[in-house]
Design a protein around this ligand. Sequence first.
Ligand code: ADP
Length: 422
Amino acid sequence: MTWTELISSLSTNPYFGAGFGLFGVGASAALLRKGLQGATILFRRHLMITLEVPCRDKSYQWLLKWIAVRGAKKTQHLSVETSFLQNDNGQVKTSYDFIPSIGKHLFQYKNNWIQVERTREQQTLDLHMGVPWESVTLTAFGNNKKIYFDILEEARELALQATEGKTLMYTAMGSEWRPFGHPRRRRPTSSVVLDLGISEKIISDCNDFIQNSLWYTHRGIPYRRGYLLYGPPGCGKSSFITALAGKLEYGICLLNLSERGLTDDRLNHLLNVAPEQTIILLEDIDAAFVSRESTLHQKSAYDGLNRITFSGLLNCLDGVASTEARIVFMTTNYIDRLDPALIRPGRIDLKEYIGYCTQYQLEEMFKKFFGDNEILKSAEFAQKVIESSRSVSPAQIQGFFMQHKSSSPQHVVDCCSSIWEN
Ligand code: ADP
């Protein structure tokens, strides 16, 4: 059979014709698919704008809340986040926040349609939090980046409104600071009664420091200030620092130096990445090293491991520098247990003794509790307590007043010797 005969017989063969037709359809479908894919990529690349926000980013939680409250508020697919809120009389209420569930949501913002896709990786963990890695991707038409900027700003403002008038507390998790507990209602500094002038002195020192960044920059001095409040327990060291943070509109980063797993490197990192507008609070600074000495005698498998060293702490304190004002507060009940190297100027710039009640404090506390008119009774009460020559902490006085909150001021004066009975 010649070639021409073969071709003409194939072209008249119905099976071959059908197969060839099928091949043609398949090939053009594949071509079309490729073309469409290419067009989609081109379309996405040039005519759409996307923003990915990973769960490690600060704005991630703000954005989720914003999407649920402002953006995709009509979405029917939600996840719940339970939190505890403290209202003005101190009561704690449970609140349920809805955030968009995993998957896709669509909403309109300033005349733009925006698709939100929240994804969760099953294989990848956020090592710091121990939760699956998540991200949110926003996709919109056009190339206007400002729309994302506006959304992030709105989300931030919404988050700030929720904590307005509150003090945020942070704790160290891994190498990061995470908010912990519910934001605390600000406590006025006047509610912590320190001896005459001490409160004002510390507040004005902090304000001075915060307002004088240029002074530090011009002299090349690290922009940080260290404070040490020392004195017996229950005299208001922690309460005052919390109230001060509220007054300065700062948060508090609370760090426990005796925590296992806190190495010099981690401490250094934490001090340098503390959120802006926060006070770093190192409580009971003496305990970090005392407890280590006592455990040295017991020799457990962990001794010497994963703990900070004294020289490490000094280096970290010296190294804390940032463009923002960096305020470090330390407290101790036993100043005599502290190494002089720790409290030298530069590390500690202001030391204040916060001690047992003075006559002034007793009078002020009495008036705060039983009314400003009770000037005479407050003086009588303070006189009697001072004459007993026994030290009393403001915490004890507070407890005593609480016990007698429905008694008459005269009765409180009369039974003041029972302060020491509990
Ligand atoms: P410290 O840190 O010195 O051990 P705290 O600040 O923890 O003391 O005080 C314990 C409790 O006593 C708090 O509930 C606080 O309200 C009360 N308290 C202590 N000192 C004062 C003070 N100077 N004025 C008012 N309340 C105080």
